[in-house]
Ligand binder design. Structure first.
Ligand code: SF4
Ligand code: SF4
Length: 463
């Protein structure tokens, strides 16, 4: 009988996948089918299809998702975003942070175990393929050469397919077809992109694996630090399981009665990060619930109630009620709602051309306009930034100052996609329009078909 943790006693500071001499300990996690794995697989199928297909999907003729770094242009849901759209990016990042805080406060690391592309591909694609080819969890030292070669060949084919999706996100679906498939030598950018993705994917899923979660990913650490006693986590019920002991071990008369944990180690053998959940919540736990399935299977065979390892909050394990509505979840929800409302409001008012008045360097003067009226003549320097991904031809007009005249050095302003153009229209405003010394005029940018592309207000003072 043992009441001590089964792993190293310094499990909080030593990775379970590292040997005492610092060498890597290969984690050959077993695959066990159970209730939670079935749910994860049901989710993994559409997620895999989504991750692989989204770069090739178009919305209204534009990419659903593309990061065109060369053109400094990003497509999300068919809408082009430029560096000038930084405010949307900031709102989205804030929403991502607060949304993560809310999700973690309620459901722990549900993203890691259920949605993260790394874990979806590793646990639902690469590891099952490895088990199929090798006949079980592999180990680089013990696998026969031909089996290892076959496994790497299959891995390479899958990595190639995933590299297609990764490349298409950066070069676009059309360019991917034309540049990479039809003329890869003529477009080295796409070819280099593909090779880099292929190498990273093969290295990550073939060899690096769980180290991405336990060593590289800062998001996992951040999430673990945000857990609280009311957060739902994968947890071992120590009150029921301890003192643990093997079935054959009959406790001495002076020893306490054994708990339900038979110390079989199945929960450790299926764990993709090789930790022992009986030691409590740990940084490496991605909340994948593989250990829940394993322990449920053992309990089922022993005819004992399932759920010795289960989804539960710390307070529930202590026999208390879990609170979903608590100050932090209320605060996060309110902030999320405010950010969503702000984003929707900003998107609704998003114009195709960002118009900003620049500092007026020329002082307005009194001057007769071409019709001989007594006017104030002012130059209005404007910055026009196109958010469109097609070239625009724009006209500048005055919105409410109908009696005013506007004279442009050129009749239309050419706006290349995503570019900034400076324009300085000259306006003649009748003196009668000024009730005081100041007048705000509404400057509008119209497309050739009369569509409003953008607008701004510019203040003019009488001389
Ligand atoms: S301890 Fe359980 S839930 Fe956590 S990573 Fe290991 S198998 Fe998954
Ligand atoms: S699978 Fe269950 S019974 Fe076996 S060691 Fe883990 S917690 Fe104990």
């Amino acid at each position: 009988m043992s009441t001590l943790p089964s792993g190293p006693e310094d499990f909080r500071s030593v990775l379970a996948s590292v040997q005492q001499d610092g060498q890597r300990k290969w984690v050959g996690a077993r695959i066990l089918w159970g209730r939670w794995r079935a749910w994860r697989m049901a989710l993994a199928v559409p997620l895999t299809a989504f991750y692989c297909a989204i770069p090739f999907v178009s919305v209204g003729g534009k990419p659903a998702l593309q990061f065109d770094l060369a053109a400094r242009k990003f497509y999300v849901a068919g809408v082009a975003f430029w560096p000038q759209d930084l405010s949307y990016f900031v709102i989205l990042v804030l929403l991502g942070i607060v949304g993560t805080l809310l999700t973690v406060a309620l459901l722990g690391r549900v993203f890691c175990g259920w949605f993260c592309p790394h874990n979806v591909f590793l646990e639902m694609v690469f590891r099952p393929v490895e088990h199929l080819v090798l006949g079980g969890p592999g180990s680089p030292q013990k696998t026969p050469f031909w089996r290892a070669a076959l496994m790497w060949l299959v891995f390479a084919v899958i990595a190639g397919g995933l590299a297609n999706a990764g490349t298409a996100i950066f070069v676009g679906a059309d360019a991917f077809r034309h540049h990479l498939i039809l003329d890869w030598a003529g477009h080295p950018y796409a070819a280099v992109c593909w090779v880099v993705f292929f190498g990273i994917i093969l290295f990550n899923f073939g060899w690096f694996r769980e180290q991405t979660c336990t060593i590289v990913c800062p998001y996992g650490r951040f999430q673990t630090a945000m857990l609280d006693p009311h957060t739902l986590t994968v947890a071992y019920d120590a009150r029921r399981g301890e003192p643990r002991g093997h079935l054959q071990h009959a406790p001495a008369p002076d020893e306490p009665k054994l708990g339900d944990c038979v110390d079989c180690g199945m929960c450790v053998r299926v764990c993709p990060t090789a930790i022992d959940i009986r030691n409590g919540n740990q940084l490496e736990c991605i909340h994948c619930a593989a250990c829940v399935d394993a322990c449920d299977m053992v309990m089922g065979k022993l005819g004992r109630p399932k759920g010795l390892v289960r989804y539960a909050a710390e307070v529930q394990l202590a026999g208390q009620k879990r609170a979903i509505v608590r100050p932090r979840t209320i605060l996060y929800t309110v902030v999320c709602c405010v950010l969503v409302a702000l984003l929707v409001w900003r998107l609704q008012g998003r114009s195709e051309v960002l118009v900003a008045p620049l500092r007026q360097t020329a002082i307005p003067v009194r001057e007769a306009d071409p019709d001989g009226r007594d006017c104030v003549r002012a130059a209005l320097p404007l910055s026009l930034v196109s958010r469109s991904d097609t070239a625009l031809r724009a006209r500048i007009v005055l919105g409410d100052a109908v009696q005013a005249k506007i004279i442009l050095p050129q009749p239309v302003v050419e706006l290349p996609p995503g570019q900034r153009v400076l324009a300085t229209p000259i306006v003649y405003i009748p003196r009668t329009m000024f009730s005081g010394r100041h007048l705000d005029v509404d400057v509008r940018i119209l497309a050739e078909d009369g569509r409003l592309l953008g607008s701004t207000e510019v203040g003019i003072r009488t001389p």
